[in-house]
Design a protein around this ligand. Structure first.
Ligand code: F6R
Length: 243
């Protein structure tokens, strides 16, 4: 794992967007997995700008959504679906056939997990996974205590995730379970970028980078990834001893 500290959120997001465009220039049929949420929002905006400016062809990539809130419909503006549709798919004119998101309204969530696992295998594995970090150290919905060996799975949400998650919704949402790629996917991804910005993430970044590697703090798995990058701004780096 490598640590990269940027002067601010803008330059961090710019670097992350560049990672994506450079990957696609070198590998037009790359498999890319993104998280939704506040952290990658600017990366997505800058990605859209770069793709248009540099005329990068994204029509051959396979897009995988990292996770979704179980029971939250795709037209709810707090859903991960809604985020991807508006931040990426619509502005970049992605075709439906290249986007793969969990259907969290499905009556058979086990089948949804198998479907996404298979798509990843059939397309040769994930080339780039871009993730955020929750206030409990989760990645995707890999909550504290989760096995490092899971692929896609359904999981009970941690209390912190349920309360912090309300920030995405206009009215109080019933959040109980998540459907998510697993940490086995992260370990097998050819490259992983974990992004964090702002002082509120300084504590979880310290644990991620300098803490014990334990499934009680899932993001600590980043320390084991040979091609993992923790990309943070100065505020999120504030508590690190070695920087
Ligand atoms: C969202 C996701 C979550 C978030 C994390 C940080 O798809 O997978 O794990 O990345 O909760 O969220 P923000 O970026 O809103 O602080």
């Amino acid at each position: 794992m490598q640590l990269k500290i940027y002067k601010d959120y803008q330059s961090l997001s710019d670097a992350a967007a560049t990672e994506i465009t450079e990957l696609v220039k070198n590998k037009p049929n790359a498999v890319i997995c993104l998280a939704s949420g506040e952290t990658p929002r600017l990366t997505c905006k800058l990605l859209v700008e770069k793709v248009k400016k540099e005329k990068v062809d994204l029509s051959h990539i396979t897009f995988i959504g990292l996770d979704e809130w179980v029971g939250i419909p795709p037209d709810n503006d707090g859903s991960c679906h809604y985020f991807f549709q508006n931040e990426i798919f619509k502005p970049l004119h992605f075709s439906a056939s290249q986007t793969n998101l969990f259907d969290a309204m499905s009556g058979n969530l086990e089948e949804e997990c198998k479907k996404i696992d298979s798509i990843i295998v059939e397309n040769g594995g994930i080339d780039l996974m871009l993730v955020g970090i929750g206030m409990n150290g989760h990645i995707g919905f890999n909550e504290p205590g989760v096995s490092f060996d899971y692929y896609a799975h359904v999981i009970d949400l941690d209390d912190t995730t349920v309360s912090v998650g309300q920030k995405y919704f206009k009215t109080t949402a019933t959040l109980k379970e998540g459907i998510t790629l697993g940490l086995k996917h992260l370990q097998e991804s050819k490259k992983v970028l974990l992004l964090a910005n702002g002082a509120k993430k300084a504590g979880v970044i310290k644990k991620t980078v300098e803490g014990e590697i334990t499934n009680e703090f899932p993001a600590s798995i980043m320390q084991t990834h040979p091609n993992g990058f923790v990309m943070i701004d100065k505020e999120a780096a504030a508590l690190l001893e070695n920087k």
